[in-house]
Structure formats: C-alpha cells, structure tokens
Design a protein around this ligand. Sequence first.
Ligand code: SAM
Length: 223
Amino acid sequence: MRPRKIRNLKTRRENCTDLRIPYTLESFDFRTNDVHENFFDLDEIFGRSAPLVMEIGCGKGQFTCEYAKRNPDKNILAIECVPTVLVEACELVKRENITNIRFLEMKAEYLPLFMREKSVTEIYLNFSTPFPKSRQESHRLTSKGFLDIYKKLLCDDGFIAQKTDSQGFFEYSLESFSQNGFLLSEISLDLHNSDFEGNIVTEYEEKFVSQGLPIYRLVAKMK
Ligand SMILES: C[S@@+](CC[C@H](N)C(=O)[O-])C[C@H]1O[C@@H](n2cnc3c(N)ncnc32)[C@H](O)[C@@H]1O
C-alpha cells in the first residue's frame, strides 16, 4: 500500500496548481445522478490543439512523463484519484520540464462530466488496481461502466492499451472488452519476453518484472 499521508501535501499541491486542471463537482447531482456537463477547454488548457492521450490511474507519473517526452506532438491528460500520489507525478513533470502534460485529480468515473465525446485518441490503463473481490467489480477500470465511458470519449480510430501483472484481471478484461463492443489485438501473455518494441516501463511494472512476474498486455478498439 502507498502511504496516504506525506509531508507538506498542501504546499506541494499548491506549487503544482499550473499543472492540475481545476474543476468542481457542483454540476453533478448525487441524489438524482443528473449530469450537467461542464466541458474543459483543452486547447486553452494545453495552449495548443493536438491529439489527446489519457492515462487513467497514472500513479507517480513514470509512464506519463516518458510517453510525453517521446510524443511531444501530443497532449497528455493524466488522471489519478489519490492526491499524495498525484503530487509526486506533478513534481516529476516540473523536474523534467515537460510541457505537454496536465493532471486531473479525479476519479475516472466523473470524466464524462468534463470531457467531450470523441475527444481522445489513446487511453492507457497501466497496472490498474485489479479489485479482485466480486463485490468490487464496478471499480475495475475495465468493467462495463468504464468501457461505456471510454466508448464515448474515444474518437473513431482511437484505442485503449492495457497492461497488468494480474492474470485474473487480464482474463476478466479480455471478456469484458469482447462483450462490450471492442475488438482485441496485440494480446501478449508475457510482454517482456515478446518482440514488442517501444514498451514504456511503469513504476509498478518495474516492481513486478523484478519479481519475475509475466506482464500481460492488450489493445482494444471499438468495433
Ligand atoms: C496500481 S497503481 C498503478 C500506477 C501506475 N499506472 C503504474 O503502473 O505504476 C493504480 C493507480 O490507479 C489509481 N486509480 C484506481 N482507480 C482509479 C479511478 N477510478 N480513477 C482514477 N485513478 C484510479 C490508484 O489510485 C493508483 O494510483
């Protein structure tokens, strides 16, 4: 488990205000689930118009930063719901002087309130929390509720790339994507012993690979 408390969180978050997109959930009525969208102006937020890539559950930002450096022509929106973790990702971006990343400190569940349909070209789900208990299914980032969100957000030729160390979660995801209108490709049951090139290793991936665990990967596109 990651520590939920870190020193000087308030000040450290304030120092990263320029990287975090502000929002309010006032536009969501929790009693009725009524949605009043309040879309972000991402061209203004990034200061340019460019293909938009999202990483959901970015953790401390290792993948996001490397991806941004390799793809300076893309805008990257990194989403993470734990503030103590997100602040470290923001600080990494600042240390590395990366300009094409912005952060949303938010649960991915709320994305449709703020993001326009067909606005995203790529979604990365890297080592998402597997939530193995069946009563936690709705929290899995590849459960039907989330796939419905991704379907709205993705542009027509957009794709989702998922990596995980969890065989059970991977099998669940294969089934969930297939049953919910996605076509699967690039399925790997052992990414690090495959011929896949250009892999960006995430913080969790580093840990699992050092333990000798296989890494599972897939790409999903809408039919
Ligand atoms: C196991 S960590 C992986 C971090 C990073 N992607 C990596 O590979 O090193 C999963 C992250 O997803 C975040 N997360 C889980 N559910 C989320 C949700 N519904 N919305 C946003 N972030 C979420 C967690 O807070 C956690 O930081």
